[in-house]
Write a protein that binds this ligand. Structure first.
Ligand SMILES: Nc1ncnc2c1ncn2[C@@H]1O[C@H](COP(=O)(O)OP(=O)(O)OP(=O)(O)O)[C@@H](O)[C@H]1O
Length: 352
């Protein structure tokens, strides 16, 4: 049993006027890969550090495997953390770096060798065991940092932006490798990133944070299709969901000629959300929202058309074929039925 629970956890840094983590309730199942995502400063690292025992909580309880660890020292929590900068010892070889924690724990030489060899094999590090960190590439160093965590066979892995020092191509490869490794080891993993693509592709579930408050925790597809509020809608998805404020008139939302039935009871102004792939070209002269194409991003299989509405609101439309309107063209866009999301214009809460 190695699930993790945060129960009503708040963290206020000394001298701060508001909590960096605000009444967090979150349960991570045994063997689950949970990603914490959100903009810079939303409290992701603070949550991870509190679980590691590096940051005291102001209120609430943290449990690992059902055991209250809130007051325990980091070394007594049976977790391993991989940091952004890897924190490798420069004068030690890869083997010594990976075995360091086991040596501290006074494991036998034979056991250390066996565990390090096994981890090195899983991480393709066997040829590098006698090298020093400076003789490795960024991706190899990252894997040594992972190896150091794996050899300890902890109850929980914590990773804080472990890919941020890698170039784009290596990030994609390492992302897949970490996800695969976690599934093989079946160790509970909490992974922090501000990159929503990383979050969506790696996690069993994704927890979205804003200003210290948990917004929504759900499987990636559920977050994408049913965001609980306009913040999550705008944060998850690349390019982001198009969000517009529009008036409700006689039960219909009218967005510059694009008309959709309003959710029951909606009055005044609502925020409507449409993903770029849920817009379609409408016939000129028919129904549909006017837009001018400002920029075309060709991605190969499809293209993103960055447009603006007559009142200057930006929007993105994904065209599936290469036969799409060109820069400068005046187009009309309509939304696919059932794909429009509605949010309260004041609170951002989902209406339907
Ligand atoms: N040691 C500290 N003392 C005071 N305030 C802090 C401290 N560490 C973090 N904070 C504040 O707490 C909030 C959350 O910080 P945290 O580092 O957890 O955010 P984050 O989501 O991990 O951000 P990033 O993605 O930029 O790393 C921020 O407003 C930050 O300024």
């Amino acid at each position: 049993m190695s699930g993790v629970s945060f129960e009503n956890v708040s963290i206020v840094y000394p001298g701060a006027t508001r909590p960096s983590v605000d009444e967090l309730d979150l349960h991570i199942g045994e063997g689950e890969f949970l990603v914490l995502v959100g903009p810079s400063g939303c409290g992701k690292s603070t949550i991870l550090r509190s679980l590691a025992g590096l940051e005291p909580v102001t209120q609430g309880t943290i449990t690992i495997g059902g055991k209250d660890v809130t007051g325990l020292e980091p070394k007594d929590r049976d977790i391993a953390m991989v940091f952004q900068n890897y924190a490798l010892y420069p004068h030690y070889t890869v083997r010594e770096n990976m075995g360091f924690a086991l040596k501290l724990a006074k494991k036998s030489k034979a056991e250390i060798t066996e565990r390090v060899d096994r981890a090195a094999e899983m991480l393709d590090l066997v040829p590098y065991l006698d090298r020093k960190p400076k003789e490795l590439s960024g991706g190899q160093r990252q894997r040594v940092a992972m190896g150091r965590a794996i050899v300890r066979s902890p109850q929980v892995f914590l990773m804080d932006e472990p890919l941020s020092n890698l170039d784009a191509k290596l990030r994609v490869a390492t992302r897949a490798q970490i996800a695969k490794l976690q599934r093989e080891l079946h160790t509970t993993m909490i992974y922090v990133t501000h990159d929503q693509v990383e979050a969506m592709t790696m996690g069993d579930r994704v927890a979205v944070l804003r200003d210290g408050r948990l917004q929504q925790v759900a499987a990636p597809r559920e977050l994408y299709e049913n965001p609980i509020n306009a913040f999550v809608a705008g944060f998850i998805g690349s390019p982001a969901m198009n969000l517009f404020d529009a008036p409700v008139v006689d039960g219909t939302v009218d967005l510059d000629g694009m008309r959709v039935p309003a959710p029951a009871g909606a009055l005044g102004t609502v925020t409507i959300g449409v993903r770029p792939e849920h817009l379609r070209l409408a016939a000129q002269g028919g129904e549909g929202m006017h837009a001018v194409v400002d920029l075309v991003e060709e991605l190969g299989a499809d293209s993103f058309l960055h447009c603006s509405t007559p009142d200057g609101h930006p929007l993105v439309y994904r065209a599936e074929s290469t036969d799409h309107p060109r820069k400068g063209e005046d187009i009309r866009l309509a939304a696919h039925e059932g794909q429009v999301r509605f949010f309260d214009a004041e609170t951002g809460d989902r209406l339907r």
